[in-house]
Design a protein around this ligand. Structure first.
Ligand code: SF4
Ligand code: SF4
Ligand code: FES
Length: 527
């Protein structure tokens, strides 16, 4: 374990550690644009300069290994001068159009030219004009003038997604990132290139120009897009949620996440949500508060025998909620007719080799564990039979939060609507549910960003997460719904509660030792 001195501090590092990694370890700031801990070393931006005692020339930190007794600094005038002139070369053809750039506010190049006072170009020649608004594919747009040719995006498609769509074309100051004719940047992980682009050259079609980043708050949570359970950060403000980015976790997702997971913010926003409960009786639909609807449904449940009652669960809720609702059914309603609604049956066990799982639920393992704990063995065939012969009269359903991954939704609604009384707990709006006839209770539930809980991923890893904010104040967790359905009392949030009040950010928001803040993704190219 070599020891070295960095800016006067002694640091001990593992054998084979580069100076830049040692500086990250010691908490020293160092400019870096091409280096990324999840990619190979390119050493092309030449901005991670350091001075090593005994060496007459400054060197790059990302491609120099620490050796015993090394004395390193990156604060001397010599280093600052080298960085300043390196920066000048990067800015020769850069448009410096920060006010209209989507990266402004989280761009290392912007921070650095401000720090070095390089507001005006020192070149007499006109800037080389390059291609702007280049449509690279379904998700990403390129502005070549802002590109500093760090090659991170190229290395990502070569080394991580292994799709090789991107390359550097032409030579010298005409060099540009691009794809071959007829080829698109179109892979399941393409938006990671936007995260790792240290400047505003690559932007996400979904997010660009929708918000300035300084108007967004963020919080860490666990993606509920599939059973991998990637650690992510969600970005939001009082208008709603706007984007999702990965958080490093070596045991789950490394530095990356898939493009599908980027969409999970869409079904938590108000526009797609069931904002009030809808209860349908002989006189048609009536709107009421979520808690009041659950209490109303209790009036039916208290007169229902356990034999004629069933519970249907999707694997989209937390372990704590499953435990609460299943134990209510087993202990209060005296029924073990609890059924697992499996979506994506054909692809349930598939895996793309990187992150994405065919099981599009965040907590299948958690649900199975709870079902086992309560001795539940019922199969879907039992439910079909019970509905067919009329022995099951009342069904409570905890429907999917992410309806997009339930292609059989309409079919199941039709099947379950054979029950005399259908009590459907659901976060999002759905036309199939609103077109039901008969006795129906549609009760809004909270999404994963509105509650604390635990998901167990495909590998059996338990990940706890914390509530981010409230979006629908009338919505209930399954735990709250279970209490109310059982006739118990609960303090129900009122419509006057302030939505979008972020909870205090807690250090243990995702309680997993291996997780740490991914400085390299979220402080791109920062000093
Ligand atoms: S587009 Fe971004 S990530 Fe790709 S080479 Fe240019 S600056 Fe680097
Ligand atoms: S791989 Fe699964 S858990 Fe990870 S980001 Fe994609 S959908 Fe979310
Ligand atoms: S040369 Fe070291 S980060 Fe680019």
């Amino acid at each position: 374990m070599p020891k070295c001195t960095i800016n006067g501090k002694e640091v001990e590092v593992k054998e084979g550690t580069s100076i830049i990694e040692a500086m990250q370890q010691s908490g020293d700031r160092i400019a870096h644009y091409c280096w990324h801990p999840g990619l190979s070393v390119a050493g092309v931006c030449r901005l991670c300069m350091v001075e090593i005692e005994g060496n007459p020339r400054v060197q790059i930190a990302c491609n120099t290994m620490v050796t015993e007794g090394m004395k390193i600094n990156n604060t001397s005038e010599k280093v600052r001068d080298a960085v300043k002139w390196g920066l000048d070369f990067h800015l020769i053809n850069h448009p410096l159009d920060c006010p209209i750039c989507d990266q402004a506010g989280e761009c290392g190049l912007q921070d650095q030219y401000m720090e070095y006072g390089k507001y005006d170009p020192e070149m007499a020649e006109a800037k080389v004009k390059k291609h702007k608004v280049v449509d690279l594919g379904p998700t990403v747009v390129l502005d070549s003038e802002r590109c500093i040719l760090c090659s991170r995006c190229v290395r990502f498609t070569e080394e991580v997604s292994k799709t090789n769509e991107l390359g550097i074309f032409n030579r010298g100051d005409r060099s540009e990132i691009g794809t071959h004719e007829g080829v698109e940047l179109n892979n399941k992980y393409s938006l990671n290139t936007v995260d790792i682009c240290p400047v505003g050259a690559l932007t996400s079609k979904d997010f660009r120009f929708r918000q300035r980043v300084w108007y967004l708050k963020d919080a860490e949570t666990v993606c509920n897009g599939c059973s991998n359970g990637c650690n992510v950060k969600v970005y939001f403000n009082k208008e709603g949620f706007f984007r999702v980015k990965p958080v490093y976790n070596e045991k789950v997702n490394g530095y990356w996440m898939c493009d599908e997971g980027r969409d999970i913010y869409k079904f938590v926003n108000k526009e797609t949500r069931l904002l009030k409960a809808q209860v349908r009786g002989a006189s048609g639909w009536t709107e009421m508060a979520g808690g009041a609807a659950a209490k109303n449904a209790h009036e039916v449940l208290k007169n229902t025998s356990g034999d004629s009652l069933a519970l249907v669960l999707t694997a989209q809720y937390t372990v704590e909620e499953f435990d609460a609702i299943v134990s209510t059914f087993v202990n209060e309603f005296k029924t073990k007719k609890v059924f697992f609604w499996i979506n994506n049956k054909e692809t349930f066990d598939s895996f793309d080799g990187l992150l994405l799982r065919g099981d599009k639920n965040p907590n299948t393992k958690g649900l199975l564990k709870v079902l086992e704990k309560h001795g539940i063995t019922a199969t879907w065939a039992d439910l079909t039979q019970g509905l067919g012969n009329g022995s099951i009269k009342t069904v409570v359903v905890a429907g999917p939060e992410n309806q997009a991954v339930f292609p059989d939704f309409q079919e199941r609604v039709k099947e379950l609507s054979k029950a005399q009384n259908l009590i459907w707990l659901q976060a999002g709006k759905n036309d199939a549910l609103m077109s039901l006839t008969g006795n129906v209770w549609l009760i809004p539930t909270k999404t994963f960003v509105e509650k604390d809980g635990t998901f167990i991923n495909h590998a059996g890893l338990e990940q706890k997460f914390k509530k981010v904010t409230t979006i629908v104040s009338e919505a209930l967790t399954l735990t709250e719904a279970a209490l109310l359905l059982a006739g118990k009392n609960l303090t129900i949030p009122t419509a006057t509660a302030q939505p979008f009040m972020p909870m205090n950010q807690r250090e243990d928001q995702v309680t997993l030792e291996a997780r740490k803040k991914n400085e390299f993704v979220f402080r791109r190219g920062s000093l």
